[in-house]
Ligand binder design. Structure first.
Ligand code: ASP
Length: 356
């Protein structure tokens, strides 16, 4: 893998109003149709202004870093997330904001992971992409990219207005670790049911200042580790002991996101409770996340969740599965912490991912 750099000064000969680093990782957004091969291929991102000539109207200094070969986001890995965090760290002082072009399929996972890796973020990191490739006439890439750049460049009194990792898509700016991909064909691909949008765009960019995280007082800090010894177990009526057991006994497993019913409810059959109890006894951290898109886990409200509470399953409140799995990876990577300290971190609101 290599990173190719191109500078585009849309302000020259004037002094640029803002400098933005665009990191192109791959996905539909950067595809054009190859007439000869009759399929979509990644285009050379240095030619971005040919596809989006409107960029020339900005007074920005844009630098594009393209990851080559481009990653279809279904292939994104923990190593890619760490590499992205490192790229942002290395360029943090030089730019006013960051736009990450990424496939939509796993964008919510990547944005969640970045929110944990980038602590005390004082600048915008806006993920965006497209449902229709940039080379197509009806592409949504142009509007998504242009507005993401504008948001990343927006400052008030010299400070970024949105010091967060976000997803901008269609007309919504969402907190990254509150987002989910909910559409595979329409343009409004992302939702954040448990948290209001940070901005809505129409004629104006309309920011909801009360929903945006406060500007951090502590220095920016990048984390360089995630622990991938984790799994997600989605419950369903009829799930067998064999399936639950094979996941809980996966070699090296240290953390599990348990996707439960409603407000955090699970079967009460003895084999199920015994398997969970035995896993907790081995030190596995289990985070209870609801299968519902709205509402929250409230362990103890029903008998079917009281058992979980009593045995030490951690309630995930209103976290998304996408944020829960990266929160587990982040917390488990802190090897210096005790088991209790990790449990406590999982219950805390670390980056605006849960409402307590
Ligand atoms: N498969 C593509 C990806 O996630 C889809 C997209 O970009 O929308 O990389």
């Amino acid at each position: 893998m290599q990173v190719v750099k191109v500078d585009i000064d849309t302000a020259a000969p004037l002094h640029p109003e803002a400098s933005i680093l665009i990191i192109y990782t791959g996905g539909t957004v950067g595809m054009v149709f190859d007439e000869k091969e009759q399929h979509l291929v990644p285009f050379n991102f240095s030619q971005i202004t040919e596809h989006v000539p409107e960029l020339r109207q900005f007074n920005y200094l844009l630098t594009v870093l393209s990851i080559e070969p481009a990653i279809d986001s279904s292939n994104v890995s923990v190593q890619d997330w760490l590499m992205l965090a490192r790229l942002i760290e290395e360029n943090y002082e030089k730019y006013d904001g960051f736009v990450v072009l990424h496939g939509t399929d796993t964008m919510a996972y990547s944005a969640s992971a970045m929110s944990y890796l980038l602590e005390n973020l004082q600048k915008s990191v806006i993920f965006t992409g497209a449902q229709v490739p940039i080379g197509r006439i009806r592409t949504d890439a142009r509007e998504n990219l242009i507005t993401a750049l504008q948001i990343a460049a927006t400052k008030e009194q010299g400070r970024s207005v949105v010091p967060e990792v976000c997803i901008y898509f269609r007309n919504l700016l969402l907190r990254g670790n509150r987002s989910k991909k909910v559409e595979s064909s329409h343009f409004d691909a992302f939702k954040s049911d448990n948290y209001p949008p940070l901005a809505e765009t129409g004629i104006e960019l309309d920011f909801s200042f009360e929903s945006i995280l406060p500007y951090p007082q502590q220095p920016f800090r990048v984390h360089h580790a995630l622990n991938d010894k984790v799994a997600i177990l989605k419950l369903f009526p009829g799930i067998t002991a064999h399936v639950v057991q094979s996941i809980l006994q996966a070699p090296g497993l240290q953390g599990l996101v348990l996707e439960t019913f409603g407000s955090g409810n699970a079967p009460t059959v003895p084999w199920f409770l015994e398997l969970l109890q035995e896993a907790i006894g081995r030190g596995i951290l289990i985070l209870n996340v609801s299968q519902c898109d709205e509402g929250r886990v409230d362990q103890g409200r029903y008998e079917t969740s009281k058992y979980l509470l009593n045995m030490g399953v951690i309630g995930g409140a209103d976290i998304t599965t996408e944020a829960a799995i990266s929160k587990l990876m982040y917390v488990l990577a802190h090897e210096e912490l005790s088991h209790q300290e990790r449990e406590r971190l999982l219950q805390q609101n670390l980056r605006g991912e849960i409402s307590l």
